[in-house]
Every structure is written in structure tokens, then in C-alpha cells.
Write a protein that binds this ligand. Structure first.
Ligand SMILES: [Zn+2]
Length: 185
């Protein structure tokens, strides 16, 4: 049985809708920002002669958890996500936090579970969202308590897990392949 996911193109449409950066004024001095060629790329820069603010739009690191609970993987659906779309628990790092600390905190906040990091699965550029995903395999224990951000949670046997072709789906694919290689070297 395959798990149904929203098709990738509707997902990409959705990321476009939510990712529009509408920065018109400089956050430092309040003057207008205009697009200009800066360091070889079009970027928004401040028009004030005494201000050097540039909106670099650098990617944001995001931690993602392949959370295993008693042999099943936990998938989540956030409020406002497209119909049928499930993904991994993800989140932004807090200031001063290591990725390992951040991912365990997110698992605690969103699922109410304690966990430990089993392995670092890999890093995955997610260009549509301007993010760099850092994915970890987490072994968790406890009773699930759904966090405020989540609409739905489901547990799925790894054998029935089908990676989606964007974002954290690439981490799932690598994790499943590593798992498979360990069983059949
Ligand atoms: Zn400025």
C-alpha cells in the first residue's frame, strides 16, 4: 500500500505562495530598497547613501527528524498544509542551539516524546523554500502528545514509507536505503 501525498507540483505552487518576500524598506534606516546587481547577483539593497544594508536572502538551516517510535516512523501534517500532505517534524534552530539539541527539542514540542539522536542522515538543500535541511534519525519513547502546530499525526511502518520527491523526502529515501543495506549488505 502506498501512502497518498499531494503531488509535487501542487506543493511547489504552495511554497511559492508562502515564500514571497515582500521587503520594500530597509530594516536599518527605513529608506526604500531596490533591486541592484550586488556581488554578481540581483539583490535588494538600500537606496540611502549613508546605509549599506543588503538583503542577502541566505538559506535558513532547518532541522528535520525521522522519528522512530516502537519500529514505526512518525509523519505529521501541519495546520494549513495542502490536503493529504504529511512530512517530518521540522523546525528552526534557537540561538545558541546545536542541530542535535534543536531536533530533539522539536520532537519534544511537536510530539511530546523524549528521544535520542541515532544518526545524522544528511543535509539537503531545499531551494524552493530557501532552506538547508539537516536530517536526523531519532529513536523516541513515551506517549505522543500532539503539539499546537500539528493538525494530524500518523505512524507508518518503514516498509510502507514512500519518500516524496522534494524537501525532507530525500532524507527519507537515503535513510531507507541505508536501512535496507544494513539488512542485505
Ligand atoms: Zn538603509
Amino acid at each position: 500500500m502506498n501512502v497518498a501525498y499531494a503531488n509535487p507540483s501542487s506543493f511547489i505552487e504552495w511554497t511559492r505562495e508562502i515564500k514571497v518576500v515582500d521587503l520594500k524598506f530597509c530594516p536599518l534606516c527605513g529608506e526604500k530598497l531596490v533591486s541592484d546587481q550586488i556581488d554578481g547577483r540581483p539583490r535588494l539593497g538600500c537606496t540611502s547613501e549613508t546605509c549599506e544594508y543588503v538583503f542577502w536572502d541566505n538559506p535558513t538551516p532547518v532541522v528535520a527528524a525521522i522519528t522512530e517510535l516502537e519500529g514505526n516512523v512518525i509523519l505529521v501534517r501541519n495546520h494549513g498544509w495542502p490536503e493529504k500532505m504529511f512530512g517530518l517534524v521540522t523546525g528552526f534552530l534557537e540561538k545558541g542551539e546545536t542541530p542535535e539539541e534543536g531536533v530533539l527539542r522539536e520532537v519534544g514540542e511537536e510530539l511530546g516524546l523524549e528521544g535520542r539522536v541515532e544518526s545524522f542522515v544528511g543535509y539537503y538543500p531545499f531551494f524552493e523554500m530557501n532552506q538547508l535541511i539537516l536530517a536526523f534519525h531519532i529513536k523516541a519513547h513515551g506517549e505522543i502528545v500532539k503539539g499546537e502546530e500539528l493538525d494530524q499525526i500518523k505512524l507508518i511502518n518503514p516498509e510502507k514509507l514512500r519518500p516524496w520527491p522534494f524537501g525532507t523526502g530525500h532524507a527519507i529515501k537515503d535513510w531507507l536505503e541505508t536501512k535496507q543495506a544494513a539488512i542485505h549488505p
